[in-house]
Design a binder for this molecule. Structure first.
Ligand code: UDX
Ligand code: ADP
Length: 458
């Protein structure tokens, strides 16, 4: 079949895979190829066992794979054949050298830029999809044009705002699509090409354009604002626990002000995921680099409160369970950083599990999607850790359950049955406030929610 456009995406991860599947699904007239340096990952994209769990994604991939969506490892061929290249390789926080622990590690991204330069034989529109520090596009342009071989590259910034667990819905019905470009005639022409792709299914008023630096910065700032809301409500949850106020009641009252809005005000054990912490630290690093220390301190506070919330959860467990966890069996309900994903990157459960092992507790971890990733995430930790799929089996014989992830299924479990199978006194620490606390208390549990008075039988 003759396709109208050939699109390549470099990086078949949580962003590249679902985003390209959606473009292929909505635009059968385009050929979309996704390449990655990791052959195992590509093999899984070509199998029935996709490398990521996202509700609704399997169906879409099944419809388009082999039709106009292709996964392979031939990056060079992909670059040669495509007109538009999305780059969605990983940009983790640097772990070495200057900026370690703060700045973005751009090594994968830079390798990709060089590879595009070396393999390209004709004009390419290169689209930054990965979250990158502001002004990265400039570096990309410099690398791409440094061979002086007459090939034209136009770099666009088109940050992805999808959230894991709702990626398909977010891609199908996005709040906005942001496209940043150079404001030169060529830059604007490239931008229009990308607008045309999204206009296949997104209404034009939701496709916004800006200069390239605003686009790069908007992505960092969007994540920083979202994370800031979570740290704000979590900081108040600590105060609620000291004052008998109830965080759910406070967030409802605050969120009903339409200027504030009611989303993203659920207190819990803190935010996780591959983006929030990384992007805020990135913002902090840029601010410090620009000499804006007050601003850097302000945003760094968001991460500090997030760390404090996790530590507070552990200290609450310790104090509730008579100041010792040694030899106690503790069951973690959930390990993914949020519900409806198997992703455990930066999951608060990682730190909490590590701290519980330090306190010499025995851990039993259950999660409907994330057990494999949990094992990898905890592979460096020496301690008693068991992974059990069935939550009833996981909780049996335990002293405490700690809810780490807000999976819907946990609220529907038979807690009478669970209570009977546990060691007494039995404790529940609801790190996501998803359970019916009164009912659990009536069953016999000692219940410790976040930001609400504990319900105890002592
Ligand atoms: C986030 C942004 O939402 C998305 O726009 C961006 O593209 C990538 O980063 P993601 O990390 O996938 O998406 O998930 P998100 O739903 O934002 O949740 C992040 C973390 O915050 C999770 O650990 C979640 O449990 C936590 N959270 C969220 C809360 O603790 N309380 C809330 O009210 C909302
Ligand atoms: P994200 O959550 O941003 O999508 P992931 O880590 O899930 O990040 O995915 C990034 C993908 O990019 C990984 O599958 C990784 O193998 C791939 N990758 C990294 N560097 C390169 C490269 N130079 N060429 C092709 N793929 C790459």
């Amino acid at each position: 079949m003759n396709f109208k456009k050939t699109i390549l995406c470099i990086g078949a991860g949580y962003v590249g895979g679902p985003t390209m599947a959606m473009i292929a699904y909505k635009c059968p007239q385009y050929k979309v190829t996704v390449v990655d340096i990791n052959p195992e990952r590509i093999a899984r994209w070509n199998s029935d066992d996709l490398p990521i769990y996202e509700p609704g994604l399997d169906e879409i991939v099944k419809t388009v794979r082999g039709r106009n969506l292709f996964f392979n490892t031939d990056i060079e061929k992909g670059i040669k054949e495509s007109e538009i290249i999305f780059v969605s390789v990983n940009t983790p926080t640097k772990t070495y050298g200057t900026g370690a622990g703060m700045a973005a590690d751009l090594q994968y991204w830079e390798k990709t830029a060089r590879q595009i330069r070396e393999s390209a034989e004709s004009h390419k529109i290169v689209v930054e999809k990965s979250t990158l520090p502001v002004k990265t596009a400039l570096a990309m342009e410099r690398i791409l044009t440094s061979m002086n071989n007459g090939i034209r590259f136009d770099v666009l910034s088109n940050p992805e705002f999808l959230a894991e667990g709702s990626a398909v819905k977010d891609l199908e019905d996005p709040d906005r699509i942001l496209i940043g470009s150079r404001e030169t005639p060529e830059g604007l022409k490239a931008r229009d090409e990308l607008v045309k792709i999204y206009a296949n299914w997104v209404s034009e008023e939701r496709i916004i354009t800006s200069n390239i630096w605003s686009s790069e910065l908007s992505k960092l700032v969007s994540n920083a604002f979202l994370a800031q809301r979570i740290s704000s409500i979590n900081s108040i949850s600590a105060l609620c626990e000291k004052t008998d106020a109830d965080i759910t009641e406070v967030s409802r009252a605050v969120g009903m002000d339409s200027r504030v809005g009611n989303k993203f005000l659920n207190a819990g054990i803190g935010f996780g995921g591959s983006c929030f912490k990384k992007d805020i630290l990135n913002l902090v690093y840029i601010c410090r680099f620009q000499g804006l220390d007050e601003m850097a301190d302000y945003w760094e506070g968001v991460v500090k409160i997030n760390d404090y919330q996790k530590e507070r959860f552990i200290l609450n467990m310790l104090s509730a369970m008579f100041n010792t966890l040694a030899g106690k069996r503790i069951c973690l309900f959930g390990f993914a950083f949020k519900a409806n994903t198997g992703d455990t990157r930066e999951s608060p459960a990682i730190l909490i599990a590590g701290r519980l092992v330090e306190e010499k507790a025995d851990l039993i971890i259950t999660d409907p999607q994330a057990l494999k990733n949990a094992m990898t995430a905890l592979s460096d930790i020496n301690g008693q850790i068991n992974y059990v799929e069935d939550p009833y089996d996981a909780a049996a014989g335990c002293d405490a359950i700690a809810v780490m992830t807000e999976w819907d299924m946990y609220a529907g479990l038979d807690f009478e049955k669970i209570y009977k199978s546990m060691t007494k006194p039995a404790f529940i620490f609801d790190g996501r406030n998803i359970l019916d606390h009164e009912k659990l208390f009536e069953i016999g549990f000692n219940v410790y929610p976040i930001g609400k008075p504990a319900l105890t039988h002592f």
